[in-house]
Ligand binder design. Structure first.
Ligand code: NAD
Length: 420
């Protein structure tokens, strides 16, 4: 296999190990397997930004296209100090499998800038975003590569990206990004899509396992776009949200946290810390607290060989990308824990991004109820396909999901053939 040291990072090792495992089960043709292990293209850019104090600071940015076999590429943009080439490449690869599995006409991409967005002023963030967009402009476009929000980025960042791209084209191009504000062509239901999709997948898992979610104890790591929506929906459905965390730490109340009160607290305090209705707990400890459902919805590599045997949940629904290492996967599987893998559990975001892209290309917008019911249908169908394949092949859900996604990409590759 080709030398991959350029991309070395823990998430990339995880993504490759997952691909290799699924490829072995699929008896994937070695020539195709070799191609799928590498990204199609990867761009590294430097981003000089004039800071508010008058000095210039240079940031590193990336955009990686993993595969273009099934269509233009699609994937989020991450602002985080952990961003590097290997992580971005791994996340692009996961996007390829996710889009294929969900039946979307996309290949996978990912972008990122190594920065702490919480330490940047609004003006610095805007300059960073516009310069990054300019540096990667050759790689993006509505029929080429369509970024979306991810960790540390939001609707505002997408609006700046769309505006920067549109200025270079001399016209408005809404289809170049998804996750935009509604007023400039965003889609109803996009902001909630990932958390909502996760809840739909969780309901299907519970149904298959013969469980009722009401009254079950839930722990959510990360209270951002994904975690907060999942927590709010599950709380409304009468589950007990016993633990929640953000980057600074967590809170715990085995009798349940009132999400409305927590949101009011966050609006004042800026984070979950100090919430009067719960006790403080570290992020690491929170994962191991007694609960039925664990939703890691922050960063990768949280459930590892060194803590997997202390996870008490019987269902893990992966809101984050790559929260479980391959070693931990084996431990959880042997202990009978059902893991709803990232490429299923958090696919709601890219599904509604696809709806947004289609609406933007047609200049025709759908009602929120239509988006929600189509999302539910796509998530339910995908989950049940993965469940059935897992049962047929005798594998866990992750291996089944990867097998289905990879099989579709390999089939696309086979019919298109190798250029030239
Ligand atoms: P976000 O920036 O809105 O929120 C992230 C949350 O995680 C925040 O509460 C933050 O404080 C917390 N956090 C950050 N670093 C942490 C750390 N080291 N330990 C504990 N908590 C930490 O991000 P998001 O959009 O909710 O994304 C969260 C995860 O979900 C990421 O892994 C992302 O790739 C994945 N995801 C997001 C989407 C989407 O549509 N936004 C779609 C698919 C997958």
């Amino acid at each position: 296999m080709a030398e991959l040291s350029e991309f070395d990072s823990s998430l990339h090792r995880t993504a490759l190990a997952q691909l290799d495992l699924a490829a072995a089960r699929l008896q994937l043709e070695p020539n195709v397997h070799q191609v799928l292990r590498l990204p199609r293209r990867a761009l590294v850019v430097s981003i000089p930004v004039r800071m508010d104090d008058g000095n210039t600071k240079v940031f590193l940015g990336y955009r990686v296209h993993h595969s273009t076999v099934l269509g233009p590429t699609k994937g989020g943009l991450r602002y985080d100090l952990g961003v590097n080439l290997g992580e971005t490449t791994a996340l692009a690869m996961l996007m390829t499998w996710k889009c294929a599995l969900m039946g979307l006409p996309y290949g996978g991409a990912k972008g990122g800038v190594r920065c702490n967005p919480r330490e940047l002023s609004k003006q610095e963030l805007e300059h960073l975003t516009r310069r990054y967009t300019t540096e990667i402009i050759l790689l993006i476009g509505p029929d080429l590569d369509i970024p979306a929000p991810d960790l540390g980025t939001d609707e505002q960042v997408m609006a700046w990206m769309m505006d920067t791209y549109s200025m270079t084209q001399g016209k408005s191009v809404p289809g170049v990004v998804t996750g935009k504000p509604l007023i400039v062509g965003g889609s109803a239901g996009r902001r909630e899509a990932t958390g909502r999709g996760l809840v739909y997948a969780l309901y299907q898992a519970a149904r298959r396992l013969g469980q009722d979610l009401r009254g079950r104890k839930v722990v959510v790591q990360g209270f951002g776009n994904v975690g907060s929506v999942a927590a709010r929906l599950l709380w409304r459905d009468d589950t007990v949200i016993a633990g929640i965390s953000d980057v600074k730490g967590g809170i715990w109340n085995p009798h349940g946290i009132d999400i409305r009160q927590l949101e009011a607290h966050i609006a004042e305090a800026g984070g979950v810390g100090g919430f009067p209705g719960a006790d403080p707990v570290s992020n690491a400890e929170l994962l191991e607290r007694p609960c039925d459902i664990l939703i890691p919805a922050a960063v990768g590599g949280q459930i590892r060989e060194d803590n997997a045997d202390r996870i008490k949940a019987t269902i893990v629904a992966e809101g984050a990308n790559g929260p479980t290492t391959p070693e931990a996967d084996v431990i959880l599987r042997d202990r009978g824990v059902t893991v709803i893998p990232d490429i299923v559990a958090n696919a709601g975001g890219v599904v509604v991004s696809y709806f947004e892209w289609v609406q933007g290309l047609q200049y025709y917008f759908w009602r929120e109820s239509e988006i929600v019911s189509r999302l539910q249908e796509v998530m339910t169908r995908a989950f049940n396909r993965v469940w059935a394949l897992g049962a047929k092949e005798g594998t866990d859900l992750r291996t089944a999901a990867l097998m289905e996604g990879i099989r579709r990409v390999a089939e696309g590759y086979r019919v298109r053939g190798l250029y030239p």
